[in-house]
Design a binder for this molecule. Structure first.
Ligand code: UDP
Length: 244
């Protein structure tokens, strides 16, 4: 079966998969858990076999978040530079895990770190995607005062993705935080404008606004279940879709 034929059976054909740094910690309190990166890489390998083109944007919160140092009086711009470097470490870890799963992958960084990885260019992105590689975006937007959500949406636009698929610790978007409010209920779908007007915190508003303008669906699902990404692509996952 050709890749394209099987891709015709999936809900989305090109996705930007956003994985927060925290998700890479596994049960650890800090850093990168190799079992977890291997699990996520195996999920990506499975999804790729469905014929879906996948790029990954990783956060850095398992190592460093600029805002945490900024609250202690440290310069926010420098602190965010450190946060962006944390995302590069995670991206390299995910590239290694993908390679170990038999998936060809390349790290494209928004900040120049040419000894370690390639620098993002649109041309490079197009070439690697065309060659069937999983592109792992590092360094967020390359600019402070963002988290990795907004560059995830930006890269999704640049690669003409059908969806931003965000793996989290929770299986979708709820009316309130289900960890603290037992009466919270999960949305199956929610419109971009409803998401924004309710002030929901699952994704940065700038990322949601960008996705809305380009009509790119956002799917939020739980990373806890093995094979969850393939289920999202096959349309049978427990998740929430933010759409028009
Ligand atoms: N960051 C940044 N600009 C970006 C993306 C990330 O300055 O475009 C910095 C920021 O300090 C952020 C940190 O990198 O706190 C880690 O990213 P993020 O908070 O998105 O990690 P996640 O929550 O996804 O683990």
């Amino acid at each position: 079966m050709t890749k394209d034929k099987s891709a015709a059976n999936t809900k989305y054909k090109t996705i930007l998969f956003k994985v927060s740094g925290e998700a890479l910690m596994g049960k650890q309190e800090f850093g990168i858990d190799p079992d977890t990166t291997a699990r996520i890489a195996a999920d990506i390998a499975e999804a790729q076999k469905l014929g879906v083109r996948i790029a990954l944007m990783v956060g850095g919160g398992n190592i460093f978040r600029g805002v945490s140092l900024a609250t202690k009086g440290i310069d926010r711009v420098s602190a965010d530079h450190m946060g962006m470097l944390a995302t590069v470490m995670n991206a390299i870890a995910m590239k290694m895990a993908l390679n170990a799963s038999g998936v060809e992958a390349v790290v494209l960084s928004a900040i120049e770190l040419t000894t370690f990885c390639e620098t993002f260019t649109q041309r490079g992105l197009d070439e690697h995607m065309k060659a069937g590689r999983v592109v792992v975006f590092a360094g967020g937007s390359g600019h402070p005062f963002f988290t990795s959500d907004t560059p995830a949406a930006l890269r999704a636009c640049e690669m003409k993705a059908d969806a931003i698929v965000k793996g989290t610790q929770v299986d979708g978007i709820y009316t309130a935080d289900p960890k603290t409010d037992p009466s919270a209920t999960r949305f199956d779908t929610i419109t971009y404008s409803d998401f924004l007007s309710r002030g929901l915190k699952v994704m940065d508003t700038s990322a949601v606004a960008l996705a809305r303008d380009q009509e790119i669906d956002i799917v939020v699902f739980s990373l806890k279940e093995k094979g969850g990404l393939a289920k999202v692509l096959q349309g049978n996952a427990t998740c929430t879709t933010v759409t028009v």
